[in-house]
Structure formats: C-alpha cells, structure tokens
Design a protein around this ligand. Structure first.
Ligand SMILES: Cc1ncc(C[n+]2csc(CCOP(=O)(O)OP(=O)(O)O)c2C)c(N)n1
Ligand code: SF4
Ligand SMILES: [Mg+2]
Length: 250
C-alpha cells in the first residue's frame, strides 16, 4: 500500500468514517494534497460546518474551529480578519451552505472576504438521513419528498455558482464534479487556485464540488456515479463562472 500511495501530511492516519463510496472522502484527500503542495499545513484553519463534512475533524491534521449550522463563512471572516497570515477555509455541504447558511455565504461573497469556500453539493441533507435540500433535483426522492421533489411548491434547485457569479466581488467561482478522474483533477486545480488567491490577498473564492450520497440516495457507489452523470451534472453545469486575476478593491 505504502509503495502505491503516500498519505498526505495534512491527513491523520485514522480510518475515515465516511460511508463507502462517499465522495466527501475524495474531497478531503485532494484538499489535504493541495495544503501539502502549498506548504501551508501549519497556518491552515478549517472552519467546521454542520453535516457530513464535519468528518474533516477526524480526517485533517489541521487547526479546526467549529461553527453553528451555516455560519462558517461568518466565522471564517472573523478569523481571517484577525489572522490575515493564516489560510482560512470552509468546507460546507449544500444543506449547510445553501439552506440555513444562505445569508452568510452570499454576504461573505459580496464583501469579497479573503477566504476560500469549498462547497460539497450532494443534493440532499446527508447526515440527517436524506431530507430534501434546496439543491435536491426535481423528481429526486427524499424522506421529505417521498414521491420526488415537485416544482410547484418547492421551486427549482438552487444553483449557488450562478447566484454568486452575479456578485462583483468574488475572484473565483467554479463548479467541478468529483465523478471522474478528470473532474477530480479539475477540482484539485481549482482548490489550488482558490487557496493561492487567498494567499495572494486577492479576495473571495468559491469552489463547488458535485458529490454523492450513496447511503441516502439508496444506491451503491457505482449507482450513485450513474445518477450524477445522468441527472446531477445535467442540471448543475460544470464550468468556471468567474476567474479574475486582480485583487478585490484595487
Ligand atoms: C441549527 C441546526 N439545525 C439542524 C441541524 C441538523 N443537521 C445536522 S447535519 C444537517 C444537514 C447537513 O446537510 P448538508 O449540509 O447537505 O451536508 P451532507 O451531510 O449532505 O454532506 C442538519 C439539518 C443542526 N445540527 N443544527
Ligand atoms: S451519509 Fe451520505 S454524505 Fe454522509 S458520509 Fe454517508 S454517503 Fe457521505
Ligand atoms: Mg448535502
């Protein structure tokens, strides 16, 4: 094993407790790889949200601070303003960021805070057992939408990149899918760019990662990848929405 794979320094040797096939684990790994590549392990601070991404607590060998549900961008704002030398990032799910935390993410993005937000969109409240999220697809089943989400009464699934790209302040707004190796490579490069933007003082970066939840989607790992290809990626377009080189405010 060790000949084939070297564990990133920013990852703890603990076994991950994500469900089998969960792409949160892939995101955890590439974020750690990027932190290693930039050599910023000792000054990285992860702002912990609520949801399955809290597994970062036992996965990353980083400084970590908890925040109330959805409030991670506000907490990250405070930390970054006090400790501008640190790399401050959020890794939030769609229930956390696009539902209860919608005000915090939009406000932090609009202020052009010099932080990096990585957003794992699996179109469901995973940790709590599969309730409908703002991102749940039309027709997708959830415990609170047993026959599938209906347009009338719940509206369209929220597209966070498309909302945030309308603001003038963000420097980077990009959506990638972790379904394929090419998508993972693009996601890794985007996270690297988002962290570099922060280290160079450029301002707010938002990287959305399309992920899965085999457990609450009631499928196996491969079935969840099929679902992503057939449905998730058809609705949530993977592309770069904003990529500005200049610093916000200059
Ligand atoms: C104030 C508050 N409301 C509700 C909850 C319950 N809760 C825990 S995780 C979660 C949803 C997380 O979903 P998401 O952000 O999509 O993350 P995922 O688990 O899907 O990765 C909710 C509603 C809570 N912990 N605190
Ligand atoms: S419940 Fe879903 S999102 Fe959470 S660890 Fe399991 S598969 Fe991943
Ligand atoms: Mg989710």
């Amino acid at each position: 094993m060790s000949e084939l794979y070297e564990r990133p320094k920013s990852i703890l040797p603990n076994a991950s407790s994500y469900c089998p096939g969960c792409l949160h684990a892939t995101a955890t790994k590439i974020i750690a790889e990027v932190i290693d590549e930039l050599g910023v392990k000792d000054k990285a601070i992860y702002v912990l949200p609520v949801g399955c991404s809290t597994q970062g607590l036992v996965s990353w060998d980083l400084d970590i601070i908890g925040s109330a549900h959805g409030r991670a961008p506000a907490v990250a704002t405070g930390i970054k303003r006090c400790r501008p030398d640190c790399l401050v990032f959020c890794y939030q799910g769609d229930g956390d960021l696009a539902s209860i935390g919608l005000a915090e993410i939009m406000s932090a993005a609009n202020r052009g805070e010099n932080i990096t937000v990585i957003y794992a969109n699996n179109s469901i409240f995973g940790m709590t057992g599969g309730q409908m999220a703002p991102t749940t697809l039309i027709g997708q089943k959830a415990t609170t939408a047993v026959t599938g989400r209906q347009l009338l009464g719940t509206g369209y699934p929220l597209k966070m990149c498309e909302l945030i790209k309308e603001l003038d302040a963000p420097r980077l707004v990009v959506r990638c899918s972790l379904r394929t190796p090419a998508g993972i490579k693009k996601a890794r490069a985007s996270i690297l760019k988002g962290f570099k933007n922060q280290l160079e003082g450029k301002g707010f970066s938002f990287i959305e990662l399309l992920t899965n939840c085999p457990t609450t989607w009631h499928t196996d790992a491969l079935g969840s990848l099929d679902f992503m290809e057939k449905y998730t990626e058809k609705y949530f377009e993977c592309r770069t929405f904003t990529d500005k080189e200049e610093r916000f405010g200059e």
